[in-house]
Design a protein around this ligand. Structure first.
Ligand SMILES: [Zn+2]
Ligand SMILES: [Zn+2]
Length: 440
């Protein structure tokens, strides 16, 4: 048996990097005043066809949609914003203090061609702030992923920014763009020709060289903004300047979903030489209303975790966990084993990562296993040296230095505390667990 196409297992060892990204995400989100929301993994199909847009690539050809046993059309969520907007309406969050700021971490599903290196189940982190149109909030949502990825080891960020206007000024831009594109339609690729009248803005982000050539001198959206949209965009740029976030205007940036209004952005990391988008998002002031709620502005971002981890690893962050134990309790003989199990649970209760052998290995093989698990210390509990338990000596070996000492059961806590404290847990490496505490 194999896992379905386009899915992957995250194995132990690798999962440590995922936990680290999740821990950093929770830490940063919380410090920005965002609280975690968990929405269902499946929703009514209508949520996405109405929210994301009937004519978008995602809804048209990439959704995992099926009928459940009662004949309802269900879709595995392809993105996180529409479900959050649905929850906002359903739970009357407009009565909460505004803006309501939430974040999520979880899987999204898209039926894509796996050979393109894309996963059908992939993970996203994202944030949404609903109920305020303040451009300072757009800036906050742009800074959020930068702060997360900075702590993941990425450097050198650049924000690509555009404003695609509001329902008042976007139709004006649309017409200007169409007037420019129509006479040049025969030079566009087939799919751009097909979607030209329906979604001319998407022609701008087509990657086909001939399309890029045609659109090189196309009118840009920012020049068609109404006064309010223009003021919003200028204020956002001023906020980013004050926050010293490098940003450039990118007229090709339109993002694929219907719900975007005004601000759209991508955060690129230049750590790899080539620029790599690690997050994207924008404002969606009409989404809540489209889904049946009161008019409510909103802004958010999302980021693919697989890609973020890849970027972090190429920036030098370890993807593989260096080790998973602090202490290995090795034993010899029946009496030693019983004593080892007693000690094991005491160490675990004290918050140490500790384990023993369950395969009847020789002492030598047990120590090899301790090494493999990255344990810093091995405690060797002997078989029958002495009947008085408190006086029975443990051999404690520091696996890094090879240093070895004999201590009584009473003395072991102090020794472990000393040895494990001198090599204090590297919180950058292992922030997903609480700092190792000395047994007491
Ligand atoms: Zn406008
Ligand atoms: Zn094209």
């Amino acid at each position: 048996m194999k896992a379905p196409r386009g899915t992957q297992d995250v194995l132990p060892g690798r999962s440590a990097a995922w936990l680290r990204l999740e821990a950093i995400t929770r830490e940063v989100m919380t410090s920005f005043g965002y609280r975690e929301i968990r929405t269902p993994i499946f929703e009514h199909t209508e949520l996405f066809s109405r929210g994301v847009g009937e004519a978008t690539d995602v809804v048209e050809k990439e959704m995992y949609t099926f009928e459940d046993r009662s004949g309802r059309s269900i879709t595995l969520r392809p993105e996180g914003t529409a479900p959050v907007a649905r929850a906002y309406i359903e739970h009357g969050m407009h009565l909460w203090p505004q803006p309501v700021k939430v974040f999520y971490i979880g899987p999204m599903f898209r039926y894509e061609r796996p050979q393109a290196g894309r996963l059908r189940q992939h993970y996203q982190i994202g944030a949404e702030a609903l109920g305020s149109a303040d451009p300072a909030l757009d800036a906050e949502v742009i800074v959020l992923p930068i702060e997360i990825f900075r702590r993941m080891g990425l450097r050198r960020f650049e924000v690509h920014l555009n404003s695609i206007g509001c329902p008042r000024c976007r139709p004006v831009y649309r017409e200007r763009l169409l007037a420019y594109l129509r006479p040049r339609a025969d030079q566009l690729c087939e799919s751009c020709q097909r979607r030209l009248e329906r979604s001319p803005l998407r022609v701008l982000d087509c990657k086909v060289p001939s399309c890029r050539e045609v659109t090189q001198d196309a009118p840009n959206a920012v020049d068609s903004l109404c006064d309010q949209c223009r003021a919003h965009f200028d204020a956002l740029r001023a906020h980013l300047d004050r926050l010293e976030v490098p940003h450039v205007l990118d007229f090709r940036l339109v993002r694929g979903f219907d719900y975007y209004t005004r601000t759209v952005f991508e955060v690129l990391s230049e750590d790899l030489g080539a620029q790599n988008a690690v997050a994207g998002g924008g404002r969606y002031d009409g989404l809540v209303e489209t889904l049946g709620g009161k008019p409510t502005p909103g802004v958010g971002f999302a980021s693919g975790m697989e890609r973020a981890l890849l970027a972090a690893s190429e920036a030098g962050e370890p993807l593989e966990e260096p080790g998973w134990l602090d202490v290995f309790v090795a034993s010899e003989g029946e009496g030693g084993r019983e004593e080892a199990l007693r000690l094991l649970y005491r160490l675990r209760r004290a918050g140490l990562r500790a384990d023993v052998d369950y395969q009847g290995r020789s002492l030598k093989a047990q120590l090899k296993l301790a090494d493999r698990a990255g344990a810093r210390v091995a405690v060797i509990v002997g078989g029958d040296q002495g009947k008085d338990e408190a006086a029975r000596p443990y051999v404690v070996r520091h696996l890094g230095t090879g240093q070895q000492e004999q201590v009584s059961a009473d003395g072991i806590d102090a020794l472990l505390a000393r040895w494990l404290a001198t090599e204090e847990t590297d919180s950058r490496r292992e922030p997903w667990r609480s700092r190792a505490t000395a047994p007491s």
